[in-house]
Write a protein that binds this ligand. Structure first.
Ligand SMILES: Cc1cc2nc3c(=O)[nH]c(=O)nc-3n(C[C@H](O)[C@H](O)[C@H](O)COP(=O)(O)O)c2cc1C
Ligand code: SF4
Length: 422
């Protein structure tokens, strides 16, 4: 399977290519399943189209959402995304990767509450709002200067490793997470996500095979930080607790999670064991992802241009995402499982999403870059308006490079051009 830009002239060509690669691509001509509401705890998600977390680099200096952050989320709600997964809200000052990252604390909780009220007031139907809580780990900065802390030294990450965080610091950090969970409930979020993906601290600990102490070595130790937060947050019973979870980092053992030490192939035994444990303590919301931004970004978001040349085809990445979500759904059948990575499929993505939902591989489909390029994409799909390729995200990596390399506020660099066909 080779990496090549999206050039399928029809859905038949796309499906034939998948077949030729031995990929089972779910498919449904009718998009009816995307319009079906689904219940989670006391709340309802009005449809199956979710806006994935996208960090905006647009918070105020104190971490409060700015007018721009609020407008961004109102636009998505008006665009009928049934669930907004609000990305990368730091649990403390040290956990921010940049001075424009959202940060939930005593002095900003009212601003978050005001944002949620405004978002909800901007649409007639309900919208499900999730706070993604995070600590940036080796990508942390304080006052604009790098202040990285890592779970262990990883020679495969092309950045300085920083200081190894101590067990005692992790104990304290768990308390910060729990306080943020409390504040998220106070602000009026429907759920929190204890972010465990893309190489940030909690995810990195999963692969801390050689770390000594209580948070490294055996499986129970490596997942201890996540399990402690989740268990205590569920016991506190203030808000629905979800997890955005990496199933596979794409780095060889002992530097990545979800990898077989002997064969060097993806191995879901440990990730699925973790899903089982999370499900057992009461997690009913999983958002599944793969890859690490610094090394395997093509696994997080299959792209055509603008990123490092991948070692695999985009269809292989999408297949991995879908199959991972499917295996989580099998282990956690009563939970809401969100699948990722649809944007590369352009105008065919709703059919693949609807097919996966019909086949019970997952419950909700999440679009990341498409939501930046086309904030009313969900509305177009739900209204059965034909989705034109020229209006879709081209997977050019422009938005990622803007925020990650230039530190500028998030935007789609092609949006004006795409809008003509939307
Ligand atoms: C600019 C940008 C920022 C992102 N920020 C986050 C984030 O804050 N949290 C997160 O879990 N994922 C983040 N992601 C990953 C997306 O949520 C999503 O998983 C990814 O883009 C794949 O979905 P897509 O193919 O529909 O774009 C980001 C992606 C992009 C392109
Ligand atoms: S800049 Fe726009 S078109 Fe390019 S990847 Fe980002 S959202 Fe898609």
């Amino acid at each position: 399977m080779i990496f090549q830009p999206f050039n399928f002239k029809s859905s038949t060509e796309l499906r034939q290519a998948a077949d030729a690669y031995g990929i089972l691509l779910p498919w449904q001509d009718s998009l009816e399943s995307l319009a079906r509401p689904v219940t989670l705890g006391q709340a309802s998600i009005p449809n199956r189209i979710l806006a994935q977390p996208i960090e905006g680099f647009d918070a105020e200096a104190n971490g409060a959402p700015s007018e721009r952050s609020v407008n961004r989320y109102c636009e998505l709600a008006c665009g009928r995304f049934g669930c907004l997964w609000m990305g990368s809200i730091s649990v403390n000052l040290e956990g921010r990767s940049n001075p424009s990252q959202l940060w939930l604390h005593d002095d900003t909780v009212d601003d978050f509450a005001a944002m949620l009220r405004e978002v909800r007031a901007s649409v007639d139907e309900p919208v499900y709002l999730v706070a993604q809580l995070t600590h940036s780990g080796r990508y942390s900065t304080v006052n604009g200067k790098p202040a990285p802390v890592c779970a262990f030294e990883n020679p495969l990450i092309p950045k300085e490793n920083g200081r190894i965080i101590t067990d005692e610091e992790i104990d304290l950090l768990i308390e910060d997470y729990l306080y943020s969970v409390h504040l998220a409930a106070q602000a009026g979020f429907d759920a929190v996500d204890i972010r465990a993906c893309h190489g940030y601290l909690i995810n990195e600990l999963f692969a801390a095979y050689h770390r000594p102490g209580r948070y490294g070595g055996n499986f129970e130790n490596r997942v201890r930080m996540l399990m402690s937060i989740v268990q205590k947050a569920i016991d506190a019973d203030e808000i629905e607790v979800g997890v955005r979870l990496n199933m596979h980092d794409g780095l060889p053992w002992p530097y990545g999670w979800g990898m077989n030490a002997v064969t060097g192939e993806m191995d879901l035994a440990e990730p699925l064991r973790l899903v089982e444990m999370l499900y057992e303590v009461g997690v009913r919301l999983f958002n599944i992802s793969n890859g690490i931004g610094a090394t395997t970004p093509f696994m997080i978001r299959p792209y055509d241009t603008g990123g490092p040349l991948p070692t695999e085809s985009q269809l292989a990445g999408i297949n991995r995402m879908l199959q991972c979500a499917r295996s989580v759904k099998k282990i956690a059948p009563e939970s809401i499982v969100v699948a990722s990575g649809f944007t590369w499929l352009r105008e065919y993505s709703p059919n693949v999403a609807a097919g996966g939902i019909e086949a019970n591989w997952f419950d909700v489909a999440g679009w990341g870059r498409q939501s930046i390029a086309w904030p009313s994409f969900a509305s177009a799909v739900l209204n059965n308006t034909e989705v034109q390729r020229d209006g879709c995200c081209t997977t050019c990596c422009g938005c990622t490079n803007l925020i990650k390399k230039s530190g500028k506020q998030l935007r789609c660099v092609l949006r004006k051009r795409l809008e003509k066909s939307q």
